[in-house]
Ligand binder design. Structure first.
Ligand code: NOJ
Length: 679
């Protein structure tokens, strides 16, 4: 008996290794326009895999699917097909705000249901949504008695990139969280990366790996396992297994945007489409707009968040910002440092923050009323220092207070070193862990849904990465989640000259960013200079999308440069349409956007350290109309490496859709243009 069993095991092992490549295709389907196709396969041992072709050419080779569990044998191997179905979907939905008003959701869905025969007969479904510009797939766990509580140690999901490629990525799990410098390296040389991870294959195809609808689950990092193969790594939880779920649930969508070029990646709406529709109903109270605020002076170290002689958020200073906002048409004034608790080492504990008590020199009711009388709103601020229990305890009272004073947007902050966020464990004891663990993911969404109850929009700094949840919760208007302009004040090093040209095709694929652009003075703390010309600062308002956009510089600096400032006053933050005219990751990008509330178009173009000539065909303009183009361009000798970074030329031209403008960008430069139809 014993002998026969060993012989059987031996035979099975032999069969496994010999037939490791003997795959059986159990399901396949193509995107609506036949651009992408997916095959799902099962090998002899019952392991599940998938592969992707684009226009008949392999882009993702056979890649494994499955899970390691903590409380049950792995969900891997022994699988047999139960059922597969395919269906075509085509609909268009409207965004309350966004890069474009209408979004087409056109895909073929392939649903593959499998059962782990002889291993408890546990079931799993893998659902693929195949678009012409990308693929999303997720696992669906049915409610089943054999696996009522699911404790996931790790996903076995792989992405076997079929060609060599260049990757743009940031390391995952490192102390600065998402605020790492964006690296460029061969894909085969990355370590563990955060997503979006952008790859340019040898044949020019671009792929961005990310996820959509990250809800009640751990964030997915991508670990390079060998060659060009990536494997999902779920962020560890301070409570034990990375993910703990009860009953039926679905994982987030694992996404691949796939395009001919970099521009195609940014044009894809895949991540938004894979999210659930709006769950908040009427969200007309979410107001895309621009704000100024008590902010840059702290980063310049001329003001402080805490009380004292340099306390920036005092009543008189805030009034100055309110007057400035009213005079120049900004809707909001951010008030950082108005509340008590900044004296301690807040980035390493955040235990002392009160979210309802102001410093004695800040009159919240009086300033809110003063702002209202001037048609301006205060933008609230909640810095938590990553102390979630302390924040959650006060959250309701904090939002209530803001709502009472007409504050309808809040910038929140979670400054801490990654891995040291504070959570309340299930046992009521304090736990420390990653902001993008399942517990962190839960908190960030809770902060947004609780804010929605008070009709407050949220702009999260030090956030969990964006996975398109703004579609479902449109009050989650913006977030940071990358190195913002503040690094030009105190960063070591400051943002690189190619930062924006990288951001657009990496971080910005996930959603809006509160980049805090528009520092016309081009100087940070202690005389540090920006790797940017003034024209690029203007272009960033178009290039780096955010419905809530801060004009970050000091009022006195804006008044020093009235010609440049006019563009910042004019540029909207809500768009009817967006077109990426050209772009190469980390080199340059030009984006045209149509204002949601007028017939105007805006263009922003930025370059890295190279001087560039870029053709801008105006075919996006309405045919038959004449437009005035207000052009804000680098002067002929402008250069980010010298005082000529301030060389800005503002000029006007009459143009039509038939014209092609030749944009000249200086090293480290940019160009911003407003097109208004001539009446
Ligand atoms: C970091 C944020 O990015 C910045 O905008 C803010 O001023 C500080 N934290 C303080 O909350």
């Amino acid at each position: 008996m014993q002998l026969r069993r060993s012989a059987a095991i031996l035979a099975a092992t032999f069969a496994l290794s010999v037939n490791a490549w003997a795959q059986q295709v159990i399901a396949k389907a193509a995107s609506p326009g036949q651009v992408l196709d997916v095959e799902v396969q099962i090998e002899n041992g019952g392991k599940l895999g998938y592969a992707v072709k684009r226009n008949g050419k392999q882009v993702i080779g056979l890649s494994r699917l499955g899970f390691n569990l903590a409380n049950a044998p792995k969900l891997d191997g022994g699988f047999a097909l139960l059922k597969q179905t395919a269906s075509l979907h085509d609909s268009t939905w409207e965004q309350p705000w966004g890069e474009r008003q209408f979004v087409r959701n056109h895909y073929r869905e392939l649903r593959v249901e499998v059962e782990q025969k002889n291993r408890g007969n546990r079931r799993l479904a893998i659902v693929f949504r195949i678009y012409d510009d990308g693929i999303g797939f997720r696992y669906e766990f049915p409610d089943q008695p054999q696996l009522r509580d699911t404790e996931i140690i790790d996903e076995l999901t792989e992405f076997a990139v079929a060609q060599k490629g260049t990757a743009w990525w940031i390391p995952a799990g490192e102390l600065p969280g998402l605020e790492e410098e964006i690296r460029t390296s061969p894909l085969s040389e990355i370590g563990t990366a955060n997503t979006p991870l952008t790859v340019r294959l040898e044949d020019g195809t671009h792929i961005a790996f990310h996820e959509a609808a990250l809800v009640d689950y751990a964030s997915m990092w991508l670990r390079k396992v060998d060659g060009q193969k990536l494997r999902a790594q779920l962020v560890a939880s301070p409570n034990g297994p990375a993910v703990v779920r009860h009953g039926a649930f679905t994982t987030p969508w694992r996404t691949m945007q796939i395009a001919d070029n970099a521009a195609g990646l940014y044009m894809s709406d895949l991540v938004l489409n894979l999210n659930e529709p709006n769950k908040l109903g009427d969200v007309s109270w979410v107001k895309p707009s621009k704000f100024v605020g008590v902010w840059w002076e702290m980063h310049l170290q001329s003001g402080t968040w805490n009380a004292g002689p340099k306390h920036a958020a005092n009543t008189a200073n805030t009034k100055r910002y309110i007057d400035f906002a009213a005079k120049y048409g900004f809707r909001g004034v951010l008030v950082e440092g108005w509340n008590k608790g900044w004296e301690s080492d807040w980035g390493h504990g955040g235990a002392d923050f009160s979210f309802t008590e102001s410093y004695p020199d800040f009159d919240l009711p009086g300033l809110a009323a003063y702002a209202k009388s001037k048609g301006v709103r205060l933008v609230g601020h909640h810095e938590t220092g990553g102390n979630l229990p302390a924040y959650e305890k006060q959250m309701d009272a904090a939002y209530k207070l803001y709502a009472k004073h007409g504050v309808d947007s809040v910038k929140s902050g979670y400054v801490h070193e990654a891995g040291s966020m504070q959570f309340m464990g299930e046992d009521g004891k304090l736990r420390y862990g990653h902001y993008d663990s399942q517990l962190g993911v839960r908190h960030f969404l809770k902060a947004v849904t609780e804010a929605a109850k008070y009709r407050i929009a949220v702009d999260t700094h030090e956030p969990v990465k964006d996975t398109g949840l703004r579609r479902t919760y449109p009050n989650w208007v913006s977030r940071e989640g990358a190195r913002g302009v503040e690094y030009n004040a105190w960063g070591n090093p400051p943002n690189a000259v190619d930062h924006e040209a990288k951001l657009v095709f990496t971080r910005m694929l996930s959603g809006p960013m509160d980049y805090t652009p528009g520092v016309l003075s081009l100087v940070g703390a202690e005389g540090k200079v920006f790797n940017s010309t003034q024209a690029k600062q203007l272009a960033n308002f178009v290039v780096i999308y955010s419905p809530l956009a801060m004009a970050a510089d000091l009022p006195e600096n804006y008044e020093k440069y009235p010609a440049a400032f006019k563009f910042i006053r004019d540029v909207p933050t809500d768009w009817a349409d967006t077109r990426v005219v050209n772009g190469a990751v980390g080199e340059y990008v030009t984006i045209a956007r149509k204002d949601r509330n007028s017939q105007d178009w805006y263009v922003g173009a930025v370059t890295d350290g190279e001087k560039r000539a870029l053709a801008l065909p105006l075919s996006f303009l309405d045919a038959g109309k004449t437009y005035v183009a207000e052009i804000y361009r680098d002067g002929d000798a402008a250069d980010y490496r010298s005082e000529r970074r301030f060389d800005l030329v503002v000029e006007q031209r009459r143009v039509t859709a038939k014209d092609v403008l030749q944009l000249q960008l200086a090293p480290g430069g940019g160009q911003a243009i407003r097109f208004s139809p001539v009446r």
